[in-house]
Design a protein around this ligand. Structure first.
Ligand code: ATP
Ligand code: MG
Ligand code: MG
Ligand code: MG
Length: 492
């Protein structure tokens, strides 16, 4: 059959369902429920955390789960797993992606998990074993964690040659959900898009042609809030494979963006743009700059659509603030690089729904809301951009303006009053050949952080804010993001 993304996703699910009796559990919304340690759902296991920890209500349906499979909507744009900075610059990190996963809760363990994964990849998907590399946990003396020799032997028995079996430390092969939460050693499968070479040195080295595709975590510990590790009541298997990366492999493409999960979006963007088509080049200058803009907009519109459908709207704090930044970043790339008309972002929503709506029906159900919210936010941002340009223009034409150096207080007020991220202010100034006095600006930032620190140490249970802190807030004209704190507190 043609290996469409739809086929790849359902083949994964059916493999575990039919061959190994896994129960299909639907994706949870991307807004974490009952877990303040997360901004967004960042992995398939999030919704199963209570099972892993052994805190699940015995009367709930979840308590009976032994073997589970799912495809989970994930967002990695904040917190421990934050890939926002890579998006558009590389071709395999997205802010929103789908994670295919299978779980064993106190049922099968390392041997079965590895052989199921290997059989699915090499037999069912037909990936040549000669393109695969496998990594396992090397241990970490400082934290008293042993090397995962057991897993190494499992892979050798499966037939992975020693030269393709590589050990890595905590950073790559000990998976943790967040600063706290379930964790354990993991073993990962990487794919060489080139082939016919020894590419062991490129594993986990940020090479666009040697990409991690599947992570199998052996959940054995919980990272406590104080940083220590405790053994979990039972050992579990938690796996996660990025659908976009797998589809790229199976469709033999140079990048995730060349698969059918993205090409309709790139095409729709091109129809609205005054610049040329997407060419797939890298880098951030010239053609690379245009292509990066295509990737950023295609990525961000997926994230916006999925998040808004799940009730996370662009806003002033937490996940909402992250989403607002994502929207603004997309608007700027549309405006300044792709030269598309206002309303472009929202006009892409039907394409996202077309690509993903059959699997995630909430996208269809919420599509009008999504379109309206994106349009409202875009209009608001475009008008503040205009206002910002006017402020900059006025400042630069003042008589007392010192040539080349932009006053920090004005830069700060762009941040405070118009909600511009400071790097955007820098960029807008750079475009006009001036720069801000960073030393002076840093003083303003430091003072602001001090107040923020005081706010955070306020007695949250009483929800009070003392008058002195408020006065200081007002004196420093703390920007919107912090203003939102004010509304959470009653004045004393
Ligand atoms: P990487 O090292 O490439 O950043 P990771 O080790 O952070 O990936 P895991 O936490 O192990 O990723 O997640 C499991 C799988 O999810 C990865 O093997 C990969 O296929 C996929 N994945 C992770 N992050 C992203 C992302 N930002 N965009 C697309 N797929 C991702
Ligand atoms: Mg990562
Ligand atoms: Mg990794
Ligand atoms: Mg990984």
């Amino acid at each position: 059959p043609e290996q469409t993304a739809t086929w790849v996703r359902s083949t994964f699910v059916e493999f575990f369902r039919q061959k190994y009796e896994h129960l299909l559990v639907p994706s949870s919304p991307v807004r974490p429920r009952l877990d303040p340690s997360l901004l967004f759902v960042n992995a398939g296991m999030n919704q199963f955390k209570p099972i892993l920890l052994g805190t699940v209500d015995p009367r709930s349906k979840m308590a009976s789960y032994r073997r589970v499979v799912n495809s989970q909507k994930c967002v990695r744009a904040g917190g421990k797993h934050n890939d926002l900075e890579d998006v558009g610059r590389d071709v395999y990190h997205h802010t929103f992606f789908e994670m295919l996963g299978n779980w064993s809760f106190g049922d099968y363990f390392k041997e079965e998990a590895c052989s199921m994964a290997w059989s699915l990849l090499t037999e069912h998907y037909g990936i040549p074993a000669s393109r695969l590399y496998v990594s396992y946990f090397a241990g970490d003396a400082a934290s008293g964690l042993p090397a995962d020799e057991e897993t190494r032997h499992v892979w050798l028995d499966i037939g992975v040659p020693p030269s393709r079996l590589l050990a890595f430390g905590l950073k790559d092969n000990f998976w943790e959900m967040g600063d706290s939460g379930p964790c354990g050693p993991c073993t990962e499968i990487h794919y060489d898009h080139v082939g016919g070479r020894d590419a062991a040195a490129l594993v986990n080295a940020n090479d666009p042609d040697l990409v991690e595709i599947w992570n199998l975590v052996f959940m054995q510990y919980n990272r406590e809030v104080n940083g220590s590790l405790c053994l979990l009541p039972q050992f579990s298997v938690d796996t996660g494979m990025g659908l976009e990366r797998l589809v790229r492999v199976l469709q033999g493409k140079r990048s995730n963006y060349d698969t059918d999960l993205f090409t309709p979006l790139l095409h729709a963007i091109q129809q609205r743009s005054k610049v040329g088509p997407y060419r797939g080049s890298m880098g951030t200058a010239d053609a690379g700059r245009v292509d990066m803009a295509y990737r950023v907009v295609a990525d961000h519109i997926r994230t916006l659509t999925v998040c808004i459908a799940d009730g996370v709207y662009p806003g002033m704090s937490g996940a909402e603030l992250v989403l607002r930044r994502i929207l603004r970043r997309a608007v700027r790339f549309c405006n300044e690089v792709l030269q598309t008309p206002p309303g472009t972002l929202a006009s892409l929503v039907p394409t996202v729904c077309h690509i993903l709506g059959n699997v995630y029906p909430e996208l269809h159900q919420e599509s009008n809301t999504i379109i309206n919210i994106i349009n409202e936010n875009e209009l608001h941002f475009l008008s503040s951009l205009q206002q910002g340009s006017r402020v900059i223009h006025r400042t630069l034409s003042k008589k007392d303006y010192k040539h080349g150096v932009f006053p920090a207080a004005v830069a700060w007020s762009l941040h405070r009053d118009l909600g511009f991220p400071l790097d955007l202010v820098d960029l807008m100034l750079e475009e006009r050949g001036v720069r801000v006095d960073h030393q002076e600006l840093n003083i303003l930032i430091t003072e602001n952080n001090k107040v923020r620190g005081r706010l955070q140490s306020c007695d949250e249970s009483k929800l009070t804010l003392d008058v002195a802190t408020l006065a200081e807030l007002q004196r420093l004209r703390v920007p919107h993001t912090d203003d939102s704190l004010k509304y959470q507190y009653h004045l004393e």
